[in-house]
Design a protein around this ligand. Sequence first.
Ligand code: HEC
Ligand code: HEC
Ligand code: HEC
Ligand code: HEC
Ligand code: HEC
Ligand code: HEC
Ligand code: HEC
Ligand code: HEC
Length: 275
Amino acid sequence: MAKIGLYRPQQYRPFGLHTVGSLDGGFVLRIGRFPDQVVRVGILLVAAVIAMVLIRERFVPESFGELGHYRADAIPTIESQAIRYAGSLICIDCHDEQGAIKSASYHRTLTCEICHGPSAAHAEDYESQLPVVERDSRTACLPCHQYLPSRPTGFPQIIEQLHNPPQPCIGCHDPHDPTPPEIPGSCAACHAQIARTKSVSHHFQLSCETCHETSPEHLQSPRSFLPKRPTSREFCAGCHGTIADAAPSAPQVDIAAHGDRYLCWQCHYPHFPEG
Ligand code: HEC
Ligand code: HEC
Ligand code: HEC
Ligand code: HEC
Ligand code: HEC
Ligand code: HEC
Ligand code: HEC
Ligand code: HEC
């Protein structure tokens, strides 16, 4: 039981009585049995509760709680907003061709408006309101397809800078059915940088296959069927050695002496060799 009373400071204090403040005339207010720290925290707590009640009064909107745990006035506010998205079903009424292509493709789970933007206005009035169509873009597809380590394994991803710059994506991929329709004929379609480097090098007239035995499957599933690479000094020596059937226009070196026993491409970049 708490004992509150006025005592003289010098008066005998039973165990558990504590000073809270002093009054004129030398009397002291004491609250019994509560240690000082509890009393101080208690005062703060009471102040906080009062503050919370006052703040709540001030800030909770008037219509809160009328219909549920939300602001009832929010309903007319939301109702008054214009509808911007029409949903994919209505698009297919008029664009059944695109709808059919897309529904059988890898993009079947995408809505039309994720690429074409909010199109409710177009669905209402297709003559004056046209949706967005990103025809020349290399960036429109990247929010979903740029390589990110956090994407699930197996999700088709590319590194934009390496994947066929600078052509727009739809040059090779139909956006409604993105599987590339044709397998590229040339190595340059995917190895553009190496092809460009080689084309201005001393090896410009050599085809890629001269040095890389490549199976046709590599063009379709590149990572599952990797081409071969040269593995020995003798490979380059076939054209550059001081031997009878070396390539006539190729500068020759004495293989036994030249470059010690290092591989040739530890000193010469094979796609841009310099002497
Ligand atoms: C009532 C029929 C109708 C509906 C519904 C409709 N469209 Fe169209 N849409 C058209 C017509 C007609 C055109 C051709 C307009 C033109 O070329 O002048 C067109 C053109 C387009 C184009 C091409 C614009 C361009 O610049 O070439 C896109 C993209 C398109 N619609 C997307 C959509 C999407 C997405 C939806 C669903 C939200 C949709 N449409 C709903 C009739 C419709
Ligand atoms: C992955 C993004 C993407 C999705 C999803 C998508 N489109 Fe397209 N759409 C495009 C692009 C990019 C073009 C421009 C194609 C071109 O010019 O060759 C286009 C072109 C169009 C055109 C113009 C005619 C044409 O084929 O060139 C229409 C109409 C159209 N889309 C309707 C739709 C409808 C309807 C859907 C949903 C069933 C849809 N699109 C889904 C990206 C998309
Ligand atoms: C909103 C996200 C999104 C956008 C935007 C998008 N894609 Fe896709 N794409 C997907 C999904 C999802 C798949 C299917 C992945 C799967 O099946 O695992 C896919 C699959 C693909 C594939 C793989 C087809 C195959 O044969 O494996 C290609 C290529 C592709 N998209 C190209 C594009 C191109 C080009 C654009 C831009 C016109 C584009 N995507 C825009 C989500 C997107
Ligand atoms: C010059 C033609 C070309 C252009 C341009 C091109 N691609 Fe591709 N893309 C291909 C070919 C061919 C493949 C299939 C071989 C491969 O997987 O590398 C492919 C594969 C893909 C894949 C699937 C990768 C996988 O691992 O399954 C995606 C995603 C993709 N492209 C997206 C894009 C995007 C996004 C752009 C635009 C920034 C783009 N492509 C531009 C030719 C092209
Ligand atoms: C459809 C796209 C594509 C085409 C076309 C293509 N490649 Fe590749 N190539 C790749 C990919 C993807 C890799 C794997 C790169 C990686 O793992 O970093 C690769 C890897 C290679 C490698 C390295 C092999 C290794 O051991 O790491 C060589 C060599 C190569 N390609 C040569 C060629 C040649 C020669 C051609 C033409 C006949 C060609 N590629 C056409 C996509 C392609
Ligand atoms: C003169 C022979 C030669 C020619 C021609 C050649 N390469 Fe190579 N390439 C090599 C050698 C050697 C290596 C191995 C380098 C290494 O292991 O460090 C290599 C490595 C590669 C690699 C994997 C390493 C890298 O640099 O990314 C690719 C991809 C590649 N070549 C593609 C091509 C393509 C595409 C062409 C045609 C445009 C081509 N090469 C023409 C000799 C050649
Ligand atoms: C340790 C580095 C090194 C190695 C390994 C190496 N080279 Fe060289 N190579 C050079 C240097 C440096 C030069 C330029 C100076 C010279 O002519 O000796 C050169 C020059 C050349 C030239 C041009 C000669 C001319 O007359 O213009 C050819 C061809 C050549 N190397 C081929 C090869 C071949 C083939 C191999 C592998 C059997 C090889 N190199 C290995 C460093 C090397
Ligand atoms: C099919 C024959 C052939 C093969 C294989 C070949 N080269 Fe060459 N190489 C040539 C020809 C031809 C030239 C000279 C082209 C010219 O006239 O500029 C040349 C030029 C060079 C040069 C001289 C550049 C200069 O500055 O004069 C070097 C270095 C070289 N090659 C290194 C290599 C290496 C390293 C390999 C092995 C990876 C190799 N070559 C494989 C045909 C070949």
